[in-house]
Design a protein around this ligand. Sequence first.
Ligand code: ADP
Ligand code: MG
Length: 726
Amino acid sequence: MPPAAAPDTAAPLPAASGAAAAAAGAPPKARASGPARALEAMGLTSPLALALHLPLRYEDETRLTPLAEARPGQTVQVEAEVVDTQVQFRPRRQLVVRVAGDEGEPLVLRFLHFYPSHQKALQPGTRVRVRGELRGGFFGLEMVHPHFKALPPEGAPLASALTPVYPAAAGLPQAYLRKAVAAGLARADLAEVLPPGTVPAGLPALRPALQTLHHPPADAPLAALQDHSHPAWQRLKFEELLAQQLAQAQSRQERARHRAPVLSARQGGLHERLLATLPFALTGAQRRVAEEIAADLAAGRPMHRLLQGDVGAGKTVVAALAAAVAIDAGWHCALMAPTEILAEQHFAKLLQWLQPLGVQVAWITGSQRGKARAQAVAAVAAGQAQLVVGTHAVIQQDVHFARLGLAVVDEQHRFGVAQRLALRRQLAAAPEPGGATVEPHLLMMSATPIPRTLAMTYFADLEVSTIDELPPGRTPIVTKLIADQRRAELIARIADAVGEGQQVYWVCPLVEAVEDTPEGGPGAAARGKPLAELRNATETHAELAAALPGHGVGLIHGRLKAAEKAAVMARFKAGELAVLVATTVIEVGVDVPNASLMVVEHAERFGLAQLHQLRGRVGRGERASVCVLMYSTPLSDTGKQRLRAMAETTDGFEIARRDLEIRGPGEFMGARQSGDALLRFADLAEDAPLLAAARAAAARLLAEHPAAAQAQVRRWLGRQVDYLKA
Ligand code: ADP
Ligand code: MG
């Protein structure tokens, strides 16, 4: 129910009520009029929201520059006396006011838009205070459309603080906004809720900090205010980060109170038998993360762990080991992948690994129809299928798990919010035989490494394991940038390569078909016109087929049926196809070790993370691999910079860092996943030290001052807290 008056939290409330305008401290009006409605539309509906509406920049009205010292190009405030005011008609209608400084220095003020009131206020003999940019005109110094104020004979005091200029909207004049913000600031409850010692030393209290940000004293360091390094800014950022860390820590604590099946690895159990049959030994990093996961599974609380590791680091086998532990303990396991191709590949691999050990593996995807699906769903419900592999179809409503102990989500960043929520619902407490309820463990995997600062903010409610080592024997991938004018030359090279028995991916940018693209996933963000691009992939396929007689050239894209896609993939895997022309359906997970050349057409249209994933399809075998990023010219400067970054490093963490730098965290996580820019004030790239301080303070506060922690979260996040948990 909407409250009678907007509560005093920083979080803007949806759909402001009529009472909100009054609460906002806006000049009282019977009904919300233009500016008041504009305030509401901007979410400025509570005193605190107004107090946190910070200036974009400041204007200096605190000092006067003697006209004799003023130079063209400067923005200055001067005082002068009106000598003469007239309306001129050439070159166009304008009000021209000649004024003179204290020593008689001439200055011309020009108004192209003016009212009779201007003329009246600027009568000869009037003393005026004018502020604007000086220009050196034909007739000497001029100002066009200066701010001006006619002064009474006794003069007027100068502003004692810099004048704030706020982010505004149409129909919301600065003067109105300034008044509303000042009123909000005066009324907002900014009482200190944090115990002494919480805030890093040297930062001001909240009220003085906001006072400074809205009305900096005349001598304030403007640069520090503008670049947000000023202590007043730091205080605000700290507040925000602290609230966010607290909310995450609280949800973590809440989860810690839930129960989960105790899944302990038995000696001589399934996971040891799996290890014994693998054709390779685990890397040190794989062993370490597998142990971290095993410890979680045995702890009796729901695991919530992100396993990150660069493309090709070997995450699948770690997931299989976790599944083996769960299955051995008599529980079931679900493994979800974002695309059918990837799910199918996982299915094949897990079947190959686990079926010989007596594990029942089932398969559920969106394209399954009728009997096949009904059978799979029934097998899951009856508890016959111990391991279920599939796309997000696995978490659809009609699929009920008999004893789900562990859910694994591969390439979790590709799942959209809707799927995450559905998964949470599915995971919410499976009934245990005794009648008590337990929650399954959750393992998420991603090859798009989340930079540490981002992980700490958005995923503070998440344990993170990192595989920081590739299996031995990988050859580094060389990345080359070429302009698409050299396409013919490139095709000639491909002919040589396939002649030597190499296999090649050729990727075209094409929006994937709907069923393959989880809502909100980066595939949905692919830019451009699908039909034109489909032709692009089809044409490229024809072109390559003609250029490579005697070699198989395949085509795969999201519009093919699942079975057709699987057939093409199988032929490529078996080496029957030398070249696979593909869209981003092959972006994640696909594993064909003999493929050693990757061409990405229109590379400039892909995100860095996506390019990294695509590039990860090669470099999986013994042959030295090459990734060619082909771009169309002209290429923008940022475009060049991005592609150069790809050529300079193959380190997924470094690429993620640069991606974060170029695109910002919202974009990075997929805009809708970021919960509407959770951070308003802090900047993850710049404020890492503050984030670390906030994280430490959050832990202390929760342990020692839970009431203060509560107040802090309520003030800063209000109702957003619920969204944060999704
Ligand atoms: P990703 O982390 O990208 O999901 P995969 O799990 O697909 O990587 O593994 C990539 C390839 O490396 C697979 O062919 C896998 O069987 C192989 N692999 C995994 N671990 C090792 C290892 N320790 N030694 C050798 N090969 C490995
Ligand atoms: Mg993988």
